[in-house]
Design a protein around this ligand. Structure first.
Ligand SMILES: Cc1cc2nc3c(=O)[nH]c(=O)nc-3n(C[C@H](O)[C@H](O)[C@H](O)COP(=O)(O)O)c2cc1C
Length: 213
């Protein structure tokens, strides 16, 4: 009789302990999340700014483009999902916009780009943020590997003319790489589509909101 009583008691104790451990565990996860969410957001903004500064020198703007964003949707940006447009303003006046653009047709999948476009439609700069192209072949799109990506600076839809916005292999104005045409072609076309989007939507990108002075 006493033994059975103890067995039930043990089971109850075990169940209670398990519940307690679970409750404490969930509480700790919630606490940690609450404690870290803000620093993570701050770090994310810092990292974004560093990437933006590679395509747009900080002297060009007086606002915080990492916090002055607009979500836009357009198939020309390479994705069905929302794309972040970072807006750079100088003493309140629109200066440039940086778009996160996807080149969907890389050799090894999508290539993520930052495309900075000045108000007048000229490119301030382009950088690859993420890609899975082959080392030694497709990765010459990285600024660390070659100066190819610098070739976009100052270009616009008129320079070269729109039909030459592809690699030389296709009759275009941009170099391909030895043995690798697919990667640079994907990037050039993605940048051209982003410029085309900008041409139509510049006004929408910079709505009437003024962020700084
Ligand atoms: C293993 C392997 C990896 C490749 N990686 C790439 C790549 O990252 N980017 C690329 O454009 N082509 C890559 N290629 C080459 C393409 O298959 C294709 O041949 C080339 O882009 C066409 O360029 P071409 O017309 O100058 O020969 C790779 C080929 C092989 C066999």
């Amino acid at each position: 009789m006493g033994g059975r009583h103890t067995l039930i008691g043990d089971m109850l104790l075990a169940a209670t302990l398990l519940t307690a451990v679970a409750v404490v565990g969930v509480g700790m996860v919630a606490f940690t999340h609450q404690q870290t969410a803000e620093p993570i957001e701050a770090r994310r903004q810092e990292q974004t700014l560093r990437q933006l500064n590679a395509v747009l020198p900080p002297q060009r703007y007086t606002n915080n483009p990492a916090a002055d964003t607009k979500e836009v949707r357009d198939p020309r940006l390479g994705t069905d999902g929302p794309v972040t447009a970072y807006r750079a303003r100088r003493h309140g006046e629109p200066e440039a916009v940086v778009l996160t653009v996807i080149a969907p047709d890389g050799y090894s999948g999508p290539i993520e780009l930052l495309v900075a476009i000045n108000m007048d439609g000229n490119l301030a700069g382009v950088r690859v943020v993420e890609h899975r192209e082959t080392p030694g072949l497709g990765d010459a799109i990285e600024a660390q590997r070659s100066d190819w990506i610098e070739g976009f600076q100052g270009r616009s839809l008129d320079d070269p003319p729109e039909e030459e916005w592809t690699v030389q292999r296709d009759g275009g104005a941009f170099d391909q790489f030895t043995g690798a045409t697919i990667t640079p072609r994907a990037v050039v076309r993605a940048v051209a589509r982003a410029l085309d989007f900008y041409e139509d939507e510049a006004e929408m990108l910079f709505d009437t909101r003024r962020e700084d002075n």
